[in-house]
Design a protein. Sequence first.
Length: 346
Amino acid sequence: MSATETAPAPSAENGATAVEPRVVSIVGPTASGKTGLGIAIAERLAAAGQKAEIVNADAYQMYRGMDVGTAKATKEEQARVPHHLIDIIDPDDTMTVARFQKLARDTIADLKARGVRPILVGGSGLYARAAIDDISFPGTDPAIRARLEERERTEGAASLFEELKAKDPQAAARMEPRNPRRTIRALEVIELTGRPYSASLPRYRYVIPSVQIGLDLDRRELDRRIGIRTARMREDGFLDEVRRLRPHLGFTAGRALGYQQMIDLLDGMWDEEEDAWADIAQKTRRLARKQMGWFGRDPRIHWLEALNPRLVDNAMAIIAHADAGDYDVIDAHADEYVQHHLGDIA
């Protein structure tokens, strides 16, 4: 994936007219430098007289005490630029995308009302999109779900899939007939909402005026950074963090990468301690590949080379063009030529 070359930022001299300050969303794989760029942009905006604060869009940095394992912004970094939605729930609580969406949108609205530009920062793709995109999260109904699951046992998955094809052929055409879990979910949503399941498909369409900047890195450099980050986690006491949190670690928080390896290490399930850390690094590299695949599907993201000495300048130019409305026409049509993936929304 190539990085975006940026044109000079619009200015009064070249006739550009500001439309509305956009929410800035910084995305990219883990260890690509999103936190640093977010802080640099906020400080650059502040120097120009525009207040800006960071809104966390990482699924696990919202949990109190999960600092080392999630590479949370340090106290010093948070002191430089105010951060929101960090350390807001205990690790035995549960954060969902739907819950985050409301929190994020409320935070964004509050910041904008106070004349502060929000800067979203996070590598959790669905969370980052949920804050600013046309995405809805239909609820669940245990009774409907139980009835459909019983039908799947008695009638078979094929019968339910045929029903889905009749009720929502668009959804059925993009789903795997041998995946009864998703078929059941689709039929549940149809019964709950009275609309096709495909109507709840996430759209590549902003509901809050935004601009997305993606950080791109050569794979070898990204792998090197992940290795350094893993070593730093070890030095900074990740094992002690997990030992302290373990009695309070809920199911959802415990799914954060690295925490299970540390629990297994504490339980003596690794023959060699080095193997546990190597497993964390390997799985983090795999996660980074998945993140790039997820973000790579969004044509509105402006990709920048993370190691470019002019990274911040280029990011500021993109923000200025977005504020002037230069990307609006293209962004408005993004949803028309993107292949969606049903099943991402549960």
